[in-house]
Design a protein around this ligand. Structure first.
Ligand code: HEC
Length: 171
């Protein structure tokens, strides 16, 4: 008698536990999915591309935690080597005692009138291919090597695409 009562208690406790777990996971599921009940897949992908591109731009680390490497003497500067560190948080370029960096908003880079350089000259507009080449090989849209401060970056093609998606959001 005593035994079966204990067993019953055990089963009851187990049942309460299971109900509890189900309830908690249901609530947390609701919380996770809260802002948009059914996100449009393509929109989500675009958002995460821009988010990853922004992470790369500001931290030189991608959303998988990979620290991006580069070659070049940019490394010798006593500063954090990120796109934002040299081109500014808004991408409009900077003037420092060591270098002048250009405006790398996508609109400027691909301007049909030609990309406007800090010295007032225009070079042929970039497209996504020549832009990737500039970032990874340090070659500008006319095929000339970029000055030494600009690092030559190593990153997967997906990260490059995301970085370009982010450059498009800079105004
Ligand atoms: C250490 C400073 C530094 C860092 C870090 C840096 N850049 Fe640059 N970048 C420069 C300078 C300086 C130039 C101009 C070089 C020239 O005019 O020859 C340049 C040029 C460029 C150009 C070519 C534009 C043109 O004038 O033709 C692009 C595109 C560019 N950078 C993108 C990036 C991106 C994207 C990142 C981050 C992944 C980055 N840069 C990180 C300093 C930097």
């Amino acid at each position: 008698m005593r035994r079966s009562r204990l067993a019953l208690l055990g089963i009851a406790a187990l049942a309460v536990g299971i109900v509890g777990i189900v309830a908690v996971s249901a609530v947390s599921g609701m919380l996770v999915g809260a802002p948009g009940a059914l996100p449009v897949p393509s929109q989500t992908a675009a958002n995460s591309a821009v988010a990853n591109g922004s992470l790369i731009y500001f931290t030189a680390t991608d959303s998988s935690g990979r620290a991006l490497t580069y070659q070049g003497r940019g490394m010798m500067m006593m500063m954090r080597v990120t796109c934002a560190g040299c081109h500014g948080p808004d991408g409009h370029g900077e003037q420092t005692p060591m270098f002048v960096s250009p405006n790398i908003t996508y609109a400027n880079l691909t301007s049909p009138a030609g990309m406007l350089e800090p010295n007032g000259e225009r070079i042929p507009p970039y497209n996504d291919e020549t832009l990737k080449r500039a970032i990874t090989q340090g070659i500008d849209s006319q095929g000339k090597p970029l000055d030494w401060p600009m690092p030559r970056w190593q990153m997967p093609d997906m990260d490059l695409d995301d970085l370009i998606a982010f450059l498009k959001t800079l105004k």
